[in-house]
Design a binder for this molecule. Structure first.
Ligand code: SF4
Length: 260
């Protein structure tokens, strides 16, 4: 119902291609970038059970491990990520931008990379694009603070807000993998073409791919337009990008409701 937030158990309904880009993400094998270019395991992640059992409370994620254990693991992840220098984007950043929202949420949104305000404040989607994203979520009955965990494919701001390179996306991927492994969202919303490419390896016009359910290791994924694009295309007429994005987010909410 519009105006009411929801986070509900996920039944596993997917359509679209089965992902082979990342495959399943075993927490015990989760890797973090290492400044030398190697990788190592995180003990906090290793300590978490991988069983995808529902916890049962309204907003709780179905991931194994207590919410406190998962938040502790996310804190440990954040500490290590803040020291990351695995790609050249470390040179120009003010802050590493890891996440905002609820780490217990069943919905995770993944964008492209931090912009100037995100770099300054250390949180993703806090500029004009983020405000519009929050409004679109609210219009679909989803609260961006309670119902969603929000991150980017790349954690440091590319100079001049350019698109991250393939190498930068690859260097930063282990951080995102670990966020997904720890939060265990039931639905991923991929915000824009770069996120779609980074997470699913799918390239193509977002205008054609948006609104079509995809799958990442059995987890439902919904590509949507990036709000920066919607800021440039402000029409709210039926069938226009803003209206289509609203419809996509309503579909996400209904997907969560249907799997209660
Ligand atoms: S963009 Fe990612 S991989 Fe590159 S320095 Fe920042 S956190 Fe590390």
């Amino acid at each position: 119902m519009p105006g009411q937030s929801c986070i509900l158990p996920y039944s596993g309904h997917d359509k679209g291609s089965e992902d082979t880009f990342w495959g399943q993400i075993p927490m015990a094998l989760a890797l973090v970038p290492w400044e030398s270019g190697h990788a190592r395991q995180i003990s906090a992640i290793d300590s978490l059970p991988a069983s995808p059992l529902a916890i049962g409370s309204g907003l709780a994620s179905p991931a194994g491990g207590s919410p406190r254990a998962r938040e502790a693991a996310l804190d440990a992840l954040a500490q290590q990520c803040h020291a990351c220098r695995s790609c050249s984007l470390a040179l120009g950043r003010q802050r590493v931008v890891l996440s905002r929202g609820n780490p217990q949420a069943r919905l995770m949104l993944i964008g492209e990379a931090p912009g100037a305000q995100e770099d300054e404040l250390g949180q993703p989607f806090v500029g004009r694009s983020g405000q519009l994203l929050d409004q679109l979520l609210a219009a679909a009955g989803l609260d961006s603070h309670q119902d969603a965990y929000i991150a980017n494919a790349v954690k440091c701001r590319p100079p001049g807000n350019r698109k991250p390179t393939t190498l930068e996306l690859a260097a930063c991927r282990p951080w995102l993998q670990q966020q997904i492994a720890l939060v265990q969202p039931q639905v991923l919303v991929l915000v824009g073409a770069t996120a779609l490419q980074a997470v699913l390896g799918l390239k193509g016009p977002i205008s054609q791919l948006r609104g079509q359910w995809q799958s990442l290791g059995g987890r439902a994924c919904m590509p949507i337009f990036h709000p920066a694009y919607l800021l440039r295309n402000g029409s709210i007429e039926p069938g226009r990008p803003r209206d289509l994005t609203r419809a996509d987010l309503v579909a996400v909410r209904e997907h969560l409701l249907a799997s209660r």
